[in-house]
Design a protein. Structure first.
Length: 130
C-alpha cells in the first residue's frame, strides 16, 4: 500500500489597505517600497534558512542565520512574459557545534525549501557556514 503524501495548505488575505493577514493569525503591512517581487525574494530567503535550520537541528546543531537575495526580472521564454530569470541568495549560518562537513545540510536545505522548489528559475545559492 502506497504512503499518502503530507499536504500543507496556506492562505493569506490582502485587504484594500494593503494589509496581509493569515487566517487566525497576525497581520503584516509591507513597508513603503516593498513589492510582491521583494516579498517573493524575502520568502525564498526565509524558506531556505528555515529548511537549513530544520535539518541542522535534526542533526543536533543550534543555528543562527541571516541571508539576502537579489533577483533579475526580464522577458523570457517563448511567450515573451516578464519573470525572474536569475535569483542569487547568500546565506550566512553559524552552527553550534560546528561541522566541517556542511554539504549534506546545504543540499537538504536547497532541496526542501518549498518556495525555491516552486520557482521556474533555479536559485543560485552561496552558503557560508561556520
Amino acid at each position: 500500500m502506497a504512503t499518502q503524501a503530507k499536504v500543507l495548505e496556506y492562505a493569506v488575505e490582502l485587504d484594500r489597505g494593503g494589509r496581509l493577514t493569515i487566517p487566525g493569525g497576525g497581520q503584516f503591512v509591507p513597508p513603503e517600497g516593498w513589492s510582491a517581487d521583494h516579498l517573493l525574494l524575502a520568502a525564498l530567503v526565509r524558506c531556505s534558512i528555515d529548511s537549513f535550520t530544520h535539518h541542522a537541528r535534526r542533526a543536533g546543531h543550534e543555528v543562527a542565520a541571516s541571508g539576502s537575495a537579489q533577483g533579475t526580472i526580464t522577458k523570457s521564454g517563448d511567450d515573451g512574459r516578464y519573470r525572474f530569470v536569475e535569483i542569487d541568495l547568500r546565506i550566512d549560518v553559524q552552527l553550534t557545534p560546528r561541522t566541517n562537513e556542511p554539504d549534506d545540510l546545504i543540499a537538504k536545505a536547497e532541496r526542501d525549501c518549498f518556495v525555491g522548489a516552486s520557482l521556474v528559475v533555479k536559485p543560485r545559492y552561496e552558503w557560508r557556514v561556520s
